[in-house]
Design a protein around this ligand. Sequence first.
Ligand code: NOJ
Length: 565
Amino acid sequence: MILRGAGGVAARRPRGPEGSVRRMRGTHGWWRTAVVYQVYIRSFCDSDGDGLGDVDGIRGRLGYLRDLGVDALWVNPWYPSPQADGGYDVADYRDIGPTFGTLEAAKALIAEAHALGLRVLLDVVPNHTSVAHAWFREALASPPGSTARDRYVFRPGRGAGEAPNDWRSVFGGPAWREVPGADGEPGEWYLHLFAPEQPDLNWRNPEVTAEMLDVLRFWFDLGVDGFRIDVAHGLVKHEDLPDLGRDDEVLMGGPGDEDHPHWDRPEVHEIFRGWRALADAYDPPRVFVAEAWVPTSDRLAQYLRPDELHSAFDFTFIRAPWRAAALREAIERSLSAHARVGAPVTWTLSNHDVVRHATRLGRLDADPATALTALGGPTDLARGRRRARAAALLLLALPGAVYLYQGEELGLEEVEDLPDALRQDPVFVRSGGAVAGRDGCRVPLPWTRSGPSLGFGPSRGWLPQPTSWSGRSVEAQEADPDSMLHLYRRAIRLRQAHMTGLDSELQWLELGDDVLAFRTTPGVTLVLNTSAAAVPLPPGDLLLASGVVDGAALPPDTAAWLTSP
Ligand code: NOJ
């Protein structure tokens, strides 16, 4: 069966030898087949020894990203912020937080990345600000009904101590906080779908729309190539703020929730049409990738209609079980929903919100589908890493774009034994420690075999690394030709060289229920064996395999790329 994807095949860029300067791919449509590397700035590289990563740390490692072969980096929020939620509580959208660096350093990073052929995407957080943002401080100092309060969602309570409605915060507990009223009057409540330090903006207020467009303009004018949009599906709330009627602390509605009061409302699309028009007015056009947790591929595709966003994360592989038939079904569903609106799929295995996939895929007791927080449970890490290597070859062979999360190219696992006192995720704090939260996937990267933070910085990092990460460091993996790092480098290079049709079509091969196999045109044949026994490989020369391939047999939990006959 042939699934037609979106057209618009991007020109492939010429590849020089490793380490050489290269040109960026053509300006139009580069994002359709890009490989983008997510830099979780707090944990990437610390240049000044304060234990937190920073802009200069990224600048010093751009050569690493170029050698990995990626097209772009996406930097998580680097704005001034009290860090109540890892920087997703923004106090000023037009500056850099002092722990991360300066605006001058950011401009230098953008220029240096571009000189190396790397594009730079930032993270915009439009659903909420920090309580430290000037607007929120003004709102608190202003009376109910004021213009300042109307930029947020303030409402009177329903009675003494009773919130305006029954909505729950994604991080646990009620989604409302009461503020004191003047002269003993009852106070109003403000909405926070995340932490109380993250008040939701009122997207029905045109001032909010105009301000956020201006923020985008500010960074686009500095040469930034695009934005990842935080909680894109949450911006607009039902006008009447009706009760939800259930106790959900989740990031999305269910399949039947066509009229959810705060997730995926139809009004959000108009906002993104405005954003697209702005991005298109730049030369080269700027791009967006949405974080939109919606229950079906069809709903996701709504964000990707031609006059809306360019791309949106497809979380298929964060949720799908490790079984060829289920993976194929999920891939088909995503490809066809995206094809209907002419958009490429944006695949990803991990990010800073979910359990690292080397761990997920090694869980013995459950499907690897995961929530925001660590699942716990017995894990076979060797198996998880074997599958993670295979999964990388699967994603990099699929039509569309791929986002990598820092450290997956090193096969890093979730760190599950962090001391409670060091955990910072509000999910952990708000659940009174009952839920581990997301710190375990945010541990600083190991660059060298030794040193106080394995090369992350000159001193200890904000979270401790497992001692075993010495052997998983970049330095250690550079020296091992069979390492995960070398596998990623080879795969990305081969992808650039062989898979010029990645944005166009895919042909499934029928090799049994436990074998996922397809051909890209022109390009390669991908075969992934999720069964417990070796399976025969189809004809074709072996280009790359995620494990040892003996003769023509593909071992369990292994993937291979073959030349297509
Ligand atoms: C999604 C971000 O990825 C996550 O880290 C953050 O906590 C929430 N949005 C709230 O901004």
